[in-house]
Write a protein that binds this ligand. Structure first.
Ligand code: PZK
Length: 287
């Protein structure tokens, strides 16, 4: 009695398998990427932390929008998911000005066609969160697009629907995070459509790999913010003068341990569940 699983895709740090015609298995590894390069050293439990957090948010937001989560496996790093027709856009919401949003604003005063007030500084909170979709690049970076380009890819009414849902999800999750001392600067969501034509939230949601989390007590607008999870890794890599091409550097034990602790801290603060309890019984995050 064993299933035949077919590998159907790889992300930088995740793998995707087909279980049958209707179900996929999403497996989060312990690999870590920085400056777009996957490092040769793993962070123990990173895959379980991200899987648990994502499942937690799916459970917390299930009343706002259906999601693809069918089951969490006992290993804590694998989720069985409903197979969907994925939309060809990344649904990004920004509450703060960072990354490509900051870059585009500095160049044009706009992000994805949203004209913003003059004089904003890097990492500043926006007057209101904005929906800033991007194309899905097969290689290299996703390209930010405006409403017209997004609507051309998914249709006007689908665009309106994912915009409304993405903003609602961001508001819900950022509110909880803020109450726990963590800023959700921005987040990237992916939606698919099920057999009945309903929108379904897919992929991973509100994890440190799909979102910028900043510790609120260190927030200082006017420059880049320290990353909640990856700052030790970035600082160590910068200290080496590495040119950010493959292969990346091995990480020393103290950087691995410090980074693992930050992932676990993010999990425990955002869920208010002990990571050991999750490791013992992953369904604890489903409420
Ligand atoms: C799907 N990806 C991205 C993620 C990878 C690739 N529920 C779904 N139905 C159909 N397709 C996908 C999903 C989801 N989630 C997601 N590509 C297809 C991806 C993780 C690892 F290799």
């Amino acid at each position: 009695m064993s299933e035949t699983v077919t590998h159907v895709g790889s992300g930088k740090v995740r793998e995707l398998y087909a279980l049958d015609d209707d179900r996929l298995l999403l497996v989060a590894s312990d690999r870590i990427s920085t400056f777009d390069v996957v490092l040769p050293t793993e962070i123990p439990d990173k895959g379980r932390v991200l899987t648990g957090l994502s499942a937690f948010w799916f459970a917390q937001t299930g009343s706002l929008v259906p999601n693809h989560l069918l089951a969490l496996r006992d290993d804590g790093r694998s989720t069985e998911c409903k197979r969907l027709e994925m939309l060809p856009i990344e649904c990004v919401v920004r509450g703060y000005l960072a990354g490509s949003g900051w870059k585009d604003y500095r160049a044009t005063g706009e992000v994805c066609g949203h004209r913003l007030p003059a004089g904003l500084v890097e990492s500043q909170q926006l007057p209101a969160p904005i929906f800033t979709p991007a194309t899905k690049a097969l290689e290299g970076h996703d390209e930010n697009i405006d409403r017209a380009a997004g609507a051309a890819l998914v249709g006007e009414s689908r665009y309106d629907e994912v915009e409304r849902l993405s903003l609602e999800l961001y508001r819900t999750v950022s509110k909880r995070a803020a109450s726990l001392g963590i800023i959700l600067a921005d987040t990237k969501l992916e939606f698919g459509v099920d057999e009945s034509g309903q929108l379904v939230l897919a992929d991973e949601a509100f994890t440190p790999d799909s979102s910028r989390f900043w510790p609120a007590d260190e927030y200082t607008p006017g420059g880049p913010q320290p990353s909640f999870d990856k700052q030790f890794v970035r600082d160590y890599c910068e200290s080496l003068g590495w040119d950010k091409t493959y292969p990346g550097p091995e990480l020393p034990a103290d950087v691995v341990e410090g980074t693992r602790a930050r992932y676990i801290e993010a999990f425990e603060r955002l869920t208010e569940i002990e990571f050991d309890a999750y490791a013992e019984r992953p369904e604890v995050v489903l409420g």
